[in-house]
Design a protein around this ligand. Structure first.
Ligand code: ANZ
Length: 802
């Protein structure tokens, strides 16, 4: 008997497609639901890579497992199809992004189908299709009407050469990461979303999510909540006040100078004549640097004295006011009180410019380094003798009483810059009138379609290519009769992926974005799997939109993704990151051609724990291929089976143990150990030459979520006429699945006091706990235990003294 995967796989893929085997029936509410979601791909020209296959196989196993366990499963797939690469390709080749996107989607679809993933393809969506982005625009109108979308003049990283705004992460040493072109800070009017209004809830609600702790921590750090105080300083001889945000108001007596961000409003006002030239030169220099560069702890600090002095509100001491680029305009108040004795950045700065370093907490030598620990306060008047925590409460109470400061909470999280000067994205549903007013369109005016353009290049004036299409751009607003110009920015790629999981619930609805009852049935997503690269932005943005929708009564859960799992990166054979430019990627097509999709799926799950980073090894594919071929030719061959129930007790025990192990492992996403359990069973069973049909069918069903094509063929060979993918999951008999017991003697001080029966693979902790609880042993443990000797399966001796 041959394992002819090249024939079997396309045959069953066609069967599933023709029979709509994986169509989800949304009306069947008799079954418990299970919504298992992949992070949908950007359909790039490179096609599917093995990293996609890893996560998608994991969710597919869960989807198939839950179906076989009687769940109504929602397992959809779609395309995150707006974005820059398609647009850049369009610029280069003059092909419309729509055409390229369609082609790429075609190729991705072919590849995903060749992997045998059990998606309900009737639910396919693409964020760039007008039926979809109509509703993305509609959600924007909801945000707008709730006051959460607004235009603001903000300082952005503008690259004149690339003719676009860049994210902070894309600017290095004042140059664009791509091409190394100069980048300048420049104020530009941009659309913003008020995600900061949700900072607290985005933080608090993390606690209830079943997400990796490390990922929650990344989100917490990104949100960056700091508790502290705002304190007001008077400027000497001027009618101005400088507000600072500090997490250490207890160190106020140690503030020996102040620093304003170079962009701070007060700089021009307070700078003295003789310092003006230096200050202006420094401001120009600072404008060339990105925030990331400015706050880099390893970089040399620099600054310039303004010539002005501030007055410490607690003791009236006069301290110099400097500007320095290590203070950012965008955080807190854009100004700080500097305490060089207890802050590293301030210490470095003070050393460089020879400013006073006055310790106000005991501990450490502030001539050598800043002391950032806790200690007793000194040189601090009414705070002397207190520790950090007490001094903070006391000083805040004092500041509040005297009206010179107050308790304050600050967030690192900034409002979300939501506009891009690009073509291939969702147009904003916004009209702008000559008098400067703005109207957000109503639902009945949507969608605003993306017009075809001849040229995709950004205009260079900071406007998107849409600004060149006059007949799209200008109109007489039918609702007000006023002359209007459309907003020419488009939304960022994140927009479409902020709510796609909701559209999957009801993808064809042309009346509403999703049906409320269906939403109530399906949400939240029970399992979401994807790469850790989306740990912050996508997951934070989607959570934000979801919470807004929740507040509007449009969704029924506070959070969209109850359980989340990050698959680990797959590296190349030498442990390096795979990339197209290095030419070390593995194309799933090639592996499928040589070993089949089932072997590819099995291999990727067998490489190691799902969350771990793992190197690819083509040798390993051969290994699992052999396992698969052996399983197929043995269980799938009626000649190796006899009718009826299993008679061999050993085989029966192996089987039930394997069912138990695979069931538990799949539920916990431990696919590598589930597969090895099946391998172990095979090693013991296949050599016997024959098993019952029942045993063969049970094994086939265990294999089915992992290697669904082979399992279907085996199932049919064993005489079944329905799809194995929908067969009930095998149950195990707990008695038969029990671990084998061994008898162990327990000694106290070298004398055997009792014997107990325990599972052969019991852990040391569990064994000792049971041993000490044994009555016959317990009465000899009269003193303290000084030693516990435990050799698994052999000896246990508890040494007691006293
Ligand atoms: C005085 C002080 C003394 C500070 C001390 C720290 C230690 P996080 O925790 O990140 O919120 N800071 C405030 N605004 C800033 C800005 N716009 N740019 C750069 N630094 C700024 O940090 C808050 C602390 O960072 C604040 O507390 C302030 O320095 C500084 F022993 O004030 B601190």
């Amino acid at each position: 008997m041959q394992y002819n995967f090249g024939e079997i796989e396309p045959k069953w893929q066609k069967f599933w497609e023709d029979n709509k085997t994986f169509r989800t029936d949304s009306t069947d509410k008799t079954k418990p639901k299970y919504y298992v979601l992949d992070m949908f791909p950007y359909p790039s020209g490179a096609g599917l890579h093995v990293g996609h296959v890893e996560g998608y196989t994991a969710t597919d196993i869960l989807a198939r497992f839950k179906r076989m366990n009687g769940h109504n499963v929602l397992h959809p797939m779609g395309w995150d199809s707006f974005g820059l690469p398609a647009e850049n390709y369009a610029i280069k080749t003059g092909t419309h992004p729509n055409v390229i996107t369609k082609e790429n989607i075609g190729n991705f679809t072919r590849q995903l189908k060749a992997c045998g993933f059990s998606y309900d393809w009737d639910r396919e969506i693409a964020t760039s299709s007008i039926d979809y982005y109509k509703w993305t625009q509609w959600i924007f109108t909801q945000l707008y009407n709730k006051g959460l979308a607004f235009e603001d003049e903000i300082s952005v990283n503008w690259c004149p050469e690339l003719k676009t705004v860049l994210a902070n992460e894309e600017v290095i040493d004042g140059k664009s990461e791509v091409g190394g072109h100069p980048v300048v800070r420049k104020p530009m009017k941009q659309w913003m979303l008020k995600i900061t209004e949700y900072a607290d809830r985005l933080l608090e609600d993390l606690d209830d999510l079943d997400w990796p702790e490390s990922l929650k921590e990344l989100q917490r750090n990104w949100i960056g909540r700091s508790e502290g105080a705002q304190v007001s300083f008077e400027v000497k001889g001027a009618d101005s006040k400088i507000d600072v945000f500090t997490t250490r108001p207890d160190t106020l007596f140690g503030a020996t100078y102040m620093v304003l961000a170079p962009e701070h409003d007060l700089v021009a006002k307070i700078t003295t004549e003789d310092q003006k030239a230096d200050i202006e030169a420094y401001i120009k220099e600072a404008a060339l640097k990105s925030d990331l560069d400015r706050t880099d702890l390893n970089k040399n600090k620099s600054g310039v004295f303004t010539g002005a002095y501030a007055i410490n509100p607690l003791n009236g001491k006069e301290i110099p006011i400097w500007i320095a680029d290590y203070v950012l305009i965008s955080y807190g108040t854009g100004a700080i009180m500097a305490v060089p004795a207890h802050d590293e950045r301030d210490w470095e700065f003070a050393k460089k410019y020879d400013l006073e370093i006055l310790p106000v907490l005991e501990g450490g030598d502030v001539n050598e380094a800043a002391f950032t620990g806790d200690g007793t306060h000194i040189n601090s008047d009414f705070l002397d003798g207190l520790n950090k925590e007490d001094a903070i409460s006391k000083v805040i109470a004092h500041l509040e009483e005297k009206n010179i400061g107050k308790k304050e909470i600050n967030y690192k999280l900034r409002d979300w810059l939501f506009s891009r000067q690009r073509y291939w994205g969702e147009p904003f549903p916004i009209l702008k009138f000559e008098d400067g007013t703005v109207r957000c369109l109503d639902e009945d005016e949507l969608p605003v379609g993306l017009p075809e353009v001849e040229k995709y290049e950004p205009s260079g004036t900071g406007e998107s290519p849409l600004a060149r299409i006059d007949d799209w751009l200008y109109l007489t607003d039918p609702k007000t009769g006023k002359k209007a110009r459309r907003e020419t920015n488009t939304m960022p790629q994140w927009a479409g992926s902020c709510w796609y999981y909701l559209r999957f619930i009801d993808p064809k609805n042309s009346e509403v974005a999703w049906d409320k009852q269906l939403e109530e049935y399906w949400m939240p997503v029970d399992l979401y799997v994807g790469g850790v690269e989306h740990a912050v932005l996508h997951l934070l943005y989607a959570r934000f939109w979801h919470k807004v929708l929740f507040d509007l009564g449009l969704v029924s859960t506070k959070e969209p993704f109850q359980k989340l799992f990050n698959q680990g990166l797959i590296l190349d054979e030498h442990g390096e990151k795979m990339s197209k430019s290095k030419g070390n990627t593995v194309n799933p097509d090639d592996i499928i051609k040589e070993y089949g999709a089932d072997a590819l799926r099995l291999y990727e799950m067998f490489m190691g724990p799902l969350e771990k980073v793992k190197p690819w090894q083509t040798k390993g594919v051969k290994g699992v291929f052999n396992f698969l071929r052996k399983s197929f030719t043995f269980y799938g061959n009626p000649e190796n089976t006899y009718e009826g129930e299993e008679k061999n007790q050993d085989v029966l025990k192996h089987l039930h143990k394997t069912i138990k192990k695979v069931t538990e492992d799949v539920e916990n996403l431990r696919f590598n150990t589930a597969i090895s359990a099946m391998m172990v069973m095979n090693n013991e069973v296949i050599k016997l030459g024959q098993v019952s049909v029942e045993t063969a069918k049970a094994f086939t069903r265990l294999l089915s979520p992992f290697a669904p094509h082979a399992a279907e063929e085996m199932w049919a060979n064993l005489g079944e006429t329905t799809s194995c993918s929908l067969a009930p999951w095998p149950a195990f008999d707990p008695e038969l699945a029990k671990d084998d017991l061994i008898t162990m003697a327990i000694q106290v001080n070298g004398k055997t006091r009792s014997t107990i029966d325990v599972p052969a693979d019991i852990s040391k902790e569990d064994f000792l706990a049971q041993a000490k609880a044994d009555e016959k042993v317990a009465k000899f443990i009269t003193g303290t235990i000084v030693k516990e000797i435990y050799v698994p399966g052999r000896i246990c001796n508890i040494v007691v003294k006293g």
